[in-house]
Design a protein around this ligand. Structure first.
Ligand code: ADP
Length: 329
């Protein structure tokens, strides 16, 4: 044994150099060739708190004599990741658009957000999140999410199967595809938004029974028929004991691109009243706006910049953020 090994700090010495609350998280600490190697429990911490923990350990042990370098490995296999299903009664009501913009707005608030595009009838997240070229890769049979330029990672059912084929998926196939996406290597992602297929099919059942999202958010346009469908989708979640966070009204009123005046071809206040009658919180309205459609189609989510359209999305994202934080306690 060399002199260096004899003078290397022991586990007891390394632990003693750490503040008590940090030391309590340490699973193991040893010195190998002048390098302190620490494994710490961090599964319950937010991404920011994990960074702080790592920095604190590095700083404290870096000051110990005989330690040239500090390596910290955080055990994050118990990352408390929250999951929200975003559903609607029928297609074309703007559920995917809302999902993307909530994801972007929540990422701006500091959450590490991932989006799962489970809408087998019209996977649109690759376009909305401006990365249609990358295909997910896998490592050790685990999918690696795709990065978007907007700070949100995503995976789409559409990339697991040739376009057009997904429609034929039923029961177990759709369920296992969903499982691969949920159990992908999301790493420090602490919030997953799931863009659900419309209606009440196999993917919904698999979502509720196997993956148990923390809550569901419903989207509807103001027309009565869309609302009734949304209510049915909501009932399904309720039966599965998934809390309904609230109802969002999309394409509410029409914002004139010339003068900015908002008119209400379908009347105003109907969705809010409807939500009230079902005892579902009403989370707000997103106007029908040409800019929302044009920017969304171009992979430039309106919630990225600060204007009226963004404010409508941000206001809903803030409520969702509050709900998620209350749930974490
Ligand atoms: P869904 O996911 O419910 O099928 P999408 O999000 O794909 O619906 O939206 C359907 C179409 O409506 C898209 O072309 C989208 O750009 C457009 N759209 C969604 N919300 C709005 C809005 N508030 N104003 C204008 N166009 C919208």
């Amino acid at each position: 044994m060399s002199m260096a090994d004899n003078s290397a700090p022991t586990e007891v010495q390394l632990r003693a150099a750490l503040p008590t609350e940090i030391e309590a998280r340490v699973k193991s600490a040893r010195t190998v060739a002048g390098r302190a190697v620490v494994v710490a429990e961090a599964g319950d911490l937010s991404a920011k708190a994990r960074e702080e923990l790592e920095a604190d350990i590095s700083e404290a042990l870096g000051a110990v004599e005989g330690v040239g370098e500090v390596r910290v490995a955080l055990m994050a296999d118990r990352v408390k990741r929250q999951m929200i299903a975003i559903g609607s009664g029928k297609g074309g009501v703007g559920k995917s658009t809302l999902t993307t913009n909530l994801a972007v707005a929540l990422a701006k608030m500091g959450r590490k957000v991932g989006v799962i595009d489970a809408d087998i009838y019209g996977p649109s997240q690759p376009r909305l999140l401006a990365n249609e070229s990358d295909r997910p890769t896998a490592e050790d049979e685990q999918l690696i999410p795709i990065e978007s330029p907007h700070g949100v990672k995503f995976l789409s059912m559409g990339s697991l199967v040739n376009p057009g084929k997904a429609l034929a998926w039923r029961g177990p196939m759709a369920g296992s595809a969903l499982g691969q996406l949920v159990e992908a290597r999301w790493e420090d992602t602490d919030l997953l938004l799931i863009d659900m297929p419309p209606g009440t099919g196999d993917v919904q059942l698999s979502m509720m029974q196997k993956h148990k999202p923390d809550g569901a958010l419903l989207v509807s346009t103001p027309q009565d028929i869309a609302l009734l469908d949304a209510a049915r989708a909501g009932q399904l979640f309720e039966q599965g004991n998934i809390p309904i966070i609230g109802l969002v009204e999309n394409m509410a009123g029409y914002a004139c691109p010339h003068c900015g005046e908002v008119s209400d071809p379908f009347g105003q206040g109907g969705v809010e009243k409807f939500a009230k009658s079902l005892e579902i919180p009403f989370l707000g309205r997103i106007p029908l706006s040409l800019e929302i459609r044009v920017k969304s189609d171009a992979g430039d989510p309106p919630a990225l910049v600060d204007n009226d359209d963004a404010a409508a999305f941000t206001a809903i994202a803030e409520q969702l953020h509050g709900w998620l934080q209350a749930k974490t306690g």
